[in-house]
Design a protein around this ligand. Structure first.
Ligand code: HDE
Length: 722
């Protein structure tokens, strides 16, 4: 039996308005003759025009010249940040209208399905770098609304490293590969990054997030998203509310281990891209709920942090997240370059009813995103690239420029005009014309930062103390790894001082791994002082968070009730027990799990009297691609597998990475062949994710263990040299 092709999950979906629009620009060569770019039929696309069959090529060959010239110009600059990414189309559906907060039509019409295009990304690596870098993930959503495009250009972490756009180029220069030797790729574990961070105490909260498991997600489909800045909602009465945007994944937020991430980076650097693509192809559409935290304008100063400070989040205990709609990604792009690479997001793309705050990081971003597209996409007409076009008509007096597509009719390209009856006409606010919120401003022009921005540690403490014990240990491990890669002693030491401001135990544990001792808590951490500034004015304010802990910050409290789209490896060989295999397969698939058969080699395997094809061999598969492992019984199969070092390694590694493992019948023998603990059989079972016994007795617990994602308890006993 041949391997089944992926079923196109989107085969029966109705086209949304954006997809229909893209259709006008797409081309399909099936059944078509080959032409030049100017429509001339090509008779020979194999041989260039020569002076004799062994002679020199003629300059006259316009077909060759066109083909080579186009090829020479195929590349465009990659994004300076977020270069590596993957995109998908989908729809947003509103649960309930929120006119009390915003007049944005798409947040008031529950009947509408707003088309969206989403691009996920890592930040630091180049376009071809690994998906599994320890890094922040971009989560950029373009809503094609009936009032124009709204881009929610967020990340998978709710805060940022710096408070002012002025510092962004420094931050990115520090994290990117070092300028002399361009190393390391897609990694923050190097001197320049930590040098900068150790002198930038405002980054401490973000560092806690970036060193947590959030930075190594299991899947794009299993991560949260955040708008980061506080935005404003404006309603019909021109009243404003502060708002923070959230994306809550319906599959929960889950991560891999760092050891796993590093292995995936080698074995399948496209792991997240492939996961998203395959999920959509198989009809397992990725889903998130859009959440909002709303704060009335009058409550702006009710918090012990500043709502305009992008290094702060609003704890969900203080302002609950209201879930107002659902995003479903249900269609893969047809062409990576045309859609994903050319997608141009911009925080400044807002619609009436959504406005900006004075967050200084957001204000800087408002400049950067158009500017960057001008160079990356080559000119001012990037809004005409199909993926960037709104689904509503565009009319204004902007004209010309490189690659202009629109053929504007008439003489009027200015206003007011009488040659075109004064069209295009401005739109009254009541009819949906955008008006900026009339916020009162009465201020001096200064280069300064508000005193309310100097508490750099309280939310770092809140985050660290909200983590479960395994999560805290992962942060310690991550910091120990990253600082261990730093070669400059002063940088390590300075960073330990920063960590002391968060938690002495955290700093002590990291110091121990670095072979260093920590000293007294530092008094001053003010490194970025303007030339004429008083250093005292730039000292961090040290205070405790109002809330000691916040459940929403820990992934231990995420959704863990489903095995939908979880991949389970079945290790099999000739003679595998047919009933074990099919019973477990059916049970897992009934719950939405995905099973792959992995055998010593590709081809047919004897399963009872029948044969089945292996999906992968032990050579092409690796335990790090799966969420769980099942080994069905069968004397011969187990005998064959026991002799395969890759099979034993597979199980050891799955165990080391805290995954659910089930061994049925004879497969129990693998316990003694591997490093798995031997006492797990029978009533003494302590590890709930290691199931040994008859299939009927272990299936339900295996499903529960997969849904729990990982049994982190195992890490206490780190004795698996896999
Ligand atoms: Fe970006 N960022 N950013 N950023 N950002 C870009 O725009 C920038 C920031 C984010 O999938 C660039 O089109 C500045 C925060 C995402 O195409 C560039 C500052 C957040 C993406 C840029 C920030 C983000 C970008 C590069 C500090 C989370 C990828 C290519 C003031 C809320 C979008 C591009 C995609 C991309 C500038 C900070 C998210 C250079 C100056 C905070 C998800 O314009």
């Amino acid at each position: 039996m041949a391997k089944k092709p992926l079923t196109p999950g989107q085969a029966n979906l109705p086209e949304n308005q954006k997809v229909k629009q893209l259709g006008q620009h797409s081309a399909d060569a099936t059944g078509q003759p080959m032409t030049t770019n100017h429509g001339v039929g090509i008779n020979d696309d194999q041989n260039s025009l020569r002076a004799g069959d062994r002679g020199a090529t003629l300059l006259e060959d316009f077909i060759l010249r066109e083909k080579i010239t186009h090829f020479d110009h195929e590349r465009i600059p990659e994004r300076i940040v977020h270069a590596r990414g993957s995109g998908a189309h989908g729809v947003f559906k509103l649960y309930e209208a929120i006119p009390q907060y915003t007049k944005a039509h798409f947040l008031n019409d529950t009947a509408a399905e707003t088309p969206v295009f989403v691009r996920f990304s890592t930040v630091a690596g180049s376009r071809g770098s690994t998906d599994l870098a320890r890094d922040v993930r971009g989560f950029a959503v373009k809503f094609y609304t009936q009032q124009g495009n709204f881009d929610l250009v967020g990340n998978n972490m709710p805060v940022f490293f710096i408070q002012d756009a002025m510092k962004f180029p420094d931050l990115i220069h520090a994290v990117k590969p070092e300028p002399d030797n361009e190393m390391p790729q897609a990694a923050s574990a190097h001197d320049t990054f930590w040098d900068f961070i150790s002198m930038m105490p405002e980054s401490t909260h973000m560092i806690m997030w970036a060193m947590s498991d959030r930075a190594i997600p299991r899947s794009y489909r299993m991560m949260e998203g955040f708008g980061v800045h506080t935005f404003k909602f404006i309603n019909e009465n021109n009243e404003s509310h502060f708002v923070k945007f959230h994306w809550k994944p319906l599959l929960g937020a889950h991560a891999v281990t760092w050891d796993e991430a590093q292995q995936i980076s080698g074995k399948d650097p496209d792991f997240h891209r492939r996961d998203l693509w395959e999920a959509i192809q198989t009809g397992n559409f990725a889903e998130w709920e859009l959440g909002i935290q709303v704060v009335p304008e009058a409550d702006e100063h009710q918090f012990d942090f500043d709502l305009l400070d992008p290094t702060k989040l609003i704890p969900e205990e203080l302002v609950p997240v209201q879930r107002i709609g659902k995003l479903t990604l249900n269609r893969n792009p047809d062409n990576f370059f045309a859609e994903t690479e050319q997608a141009a997001f911009h925080v400044g793309h807002v619609v009436p009813g959504i406005d900006f705050t004075n967050d200084p990081l957001l204000q800087g971003r408002l400049f950067s995103y158009t500017d960057t597209q001008l160079i990356r996409l080559g000119g001012p007409n990037f809004h005409e690239i199909p993926i960037n076009r709104p689904v509503v008509p565009v009319h204004n007096n902007q004209r010309d420029g490189f690659m202009r597509q629109t053929i504007n009719k008439g003489k009027a390209s200015y206003g007011p005009n009488s040659t075109g009856d004064n069209f295009p006409q401005q739109v009254k606010a009541a009819d949906g014309g955008f008006t900026s919120h009339t916020e009162r401003i009465d201020a001096r022009k200064v280069r300064a930062r508000s005193n309310s921005f100097f508490d750099h540690f309280s939310q770092a403490k809140l985050f660290f103390h909200s983590q479960s014990a395994p999560e805290q240990q992962h942060i310690i491990d991550a910091l120990s790894f990253e600082l261990g890669k730093v070669k400059t002693m002063e940088v390590r030491q300075r960073m330990l001082q920063v960590l002391q401001m968060v938690d002495e135990k955290l700093a002590t544990a990291v110091a121990a791994n670095l072979g260093l001792a920590i000293g007294a808590k530092p008094k001053q951490l003010n490194y970025s002082v303007p030339a004429d500034g008083n250093p005292k004015d730039f000292e961090p304010v040290v205070k405790e968070p109002e809330n000691k802990s916040s459940a929403a910050l820990s992934m231990a409290n995420t959704i863990k009730d489903s095995i939908k789209t979880r991949k389970v490896a079945f290790l099999v060989a000739d003679g595998v027990d047919a009933s074990d295999l099919t019973t477990m397969k059916k049970a897992l698939e009934a719950e939405g799990g995905m099973v792959e058969l992995i055998a010593p080699k590709l081809g047919a395997i004897k399963v009872g009297k029948d044969e089945m094809d292996a999906d992968e061999s032990l050579l092409t598969a690796a335990s790090v691609f799966y969420d769980a492992v099942f080994v069905p019984g069968g004397e011969k199969s187990i005998q064959l597998l026991s002799q395969q070092d890759e099979a034993i390694h597979f199980i050891n590694q799955a165990y080391k990475h805290c995954k659910a493992i089930a061994l049925a019948g004879d497969a129990a023998q693998l316990l003694s062949a591997s490093y798995l603990p031997k006492q797990e059989k029978g009533p003494k079972v302590k590890d709930e994710a290691l199931l040994v016994g008859e299939v009927k007795d272990i299936t339900q617990n295996f499903i529960k263990a997969i849904a729990k994602h990982r049994n982190w308890e195992r890490e206490k006993n780190r004795k698996v040299p896999a």
